[in-house]
Ligand binder design. Structure first.
Ligand SMILES: [Zn+2]
Length: 425
């Protein structure tokens, strides 16, 4: 009886986890299971082509393609803007006229160096929210993505490169589900504190890992902490990345630190929502900073969603709000225009996107760099854990009704219960 019960646990447990395909990974409802590391051959075969996980990116000595590209664009970077302290402005003796358009200093979004495009900090469409989330892919995000799918709601995800490397199937889900994906750097540094070359590496390798994993190369990015100046803008623009900032900040990432409560996060969302009720978005829309960081931030997004929908006429991916129908370098992926989206066409063309296929070892679209076709037969060693919060404990379903999205009965729990029942017999 004991061995039967043990085998039953093994059988149900393995049935619950197909961690070789996007669809299999998307079917996992237990964030704890979803967050356990796994190996994905198209990535593990290419680990040497990327900086190590959870470390600042550097141009790899062996990467002649990156070196050549950097040589090409390095001349486009202003030489009169100093590297800034990682700690930001406090106590820093900086020119108050803000000649560098340093957002961290003055919330400047209109570059002062010639030839640089302005940042996007709000959206031109009235009563519209450019909806997006930073810091993903969060390894336990399936329940939130399921929620979005249930609402036929698309959004923009700003992905951290090392998270994509560590949880590639989660990154694939964003593209397969028809969301927009932008870059949020390789290792989440304050970008103005990096050298030109290292700032390039942070963006370049993020673009490359997203391309390797999802088949598409982003054309947008968001600087961690909003930390950007004209030097960093020039590097990003040379890589073809449009800079997306925000005007409202949920500060949802602060929950649980320094006594920050859910009520305070709610109040941050309410500030934007009240501005909407008071007509501030009647002529142009808004962007708020929210995070795909952990179960709390995603549950908060679920909780606040009905109110967001009641205040804004339209809640759309940032790229849709900008009428950016070609969000990637690859032109076979087309987002709906704003007019199409608000008239019910929420689906992009994900069928045209070729994500790496482990089953036959192909990589769909050809890579724009020296990154070669992934070899499914290569190493199966799991990447190291990502630089994000560990899987949180099961949420408290008594908090509110919407928590049903994060409440589940794991197949493992069912199997264990059956086994215990059998043992009791
Ligand atoms: Zn971030």
């Amino acid at each position: 009886m004991h061995s039967t019960a043990f085998l039953l646990i093994l059988a149900v447990g393995s049935w619950a986890q197909d961690r070789t395909t996007e669809a299999g990974e998307a079917a996992i409802k237990d964030p704890g299971v979803e967050c356990s590391p796994y190996g994905y051959p198209p990535v593990t075969a290419q680990l040497s082509a990327f900086p190590p996980s959870a470390q600042r990116a550097k141009i790899l000595p062996s990467d002649t393609t990156a070196q050549a590209l950097w040589r090409d664009i390095s001349s486009k970077v202003p030489t009169n803007i100093a590297v800034k302290p990682a700690s930001g402005p406090p106590g820093y003796n900086y020119d108050g006229s803000d000649p560098d358009c340093w957002w961290t200093w003055s919330r400047c979004v209109s570059p002062k160096q010639p030839g640089l495009e302005p940042d996007v900090a709000d959206v031109p469409e009235p009563s519209t929210l450019g909806y997006g989330f930073d810091d993903g892919p969060y390894c336990g995000h399936n329940l939130f993505y399921d929620f979005l799918a249930s609402k036929d709601q698309k959004t923009t995800f700003f992905f951290i490169g090392t998270n994509v490397m560590d949880y590639p199937l989660e990154a694939q889900r964003a593209v397969v589900d028809g969301h927009e994906v932008c870059v949020h750097t390789w290792s989440h540094p304050p970008m103005t504190s990096l050298s030109n070359e290292d700032a390039f590496a942070e963006l370049y390798y993020s673009m490359q890992i997203i391309k390797l994993v999802t088949g598409v190369t982003p054309t947008c990015w968001r600087p961690p902490y909003g930390d950007v100046d004209d030097r960093i803008r020039a590097i990003a623009q040379a890589l073809g990345l449009q800079n997306i900032l925000w005007k409202y900040d949920s500060d949802d990432w602060q929950f649980g630190s320094n006594g920050v409560t859910k009520e305070q996060i709610d109040a941050n969302y309410e500030k934007m929502l009240n501005d909407g009720r008071n007509g501030l978005f009647d002529t142009k829309g808004a962007i708020i900073l929210s995070h795909e960081l952990n179960n709390f931030t995603l549950q908060e997004a679920i909780d606040i969603y009905p109110e967001i929908m009641s205040v804004f006429k339209h809640v759309v991916p940032v790229g849709v709000a900008l009428n950016k129908t070609y969000p990637y370098v690859e032109k076979d992926f087309v987002l709906p225009s704003f007019e199409e989206y608000i008239h019910g066409m929420h689906t992009a063309t994900p069928d045209d996107v070729d994500i790496p296929d482990v089953s036959n070892g192909t990589n769909g679209n050809s890579s724009p760099t020296t990154i070669s076709t992934p070899n499914a037969a290569a190493s199966s060693s799991a990447p190291s854990p990502p630089p994000q919060a560990p899987p949180p404990a099961a949420p408290d379903a008594s908090d509110n009704g919407a928590l049903t999205h994060f409440t589940f009965i794991s197949p493992m729990i069912v199997a264990t219960a059956i086994a215990l029942w059998m043992l009791a017999c």
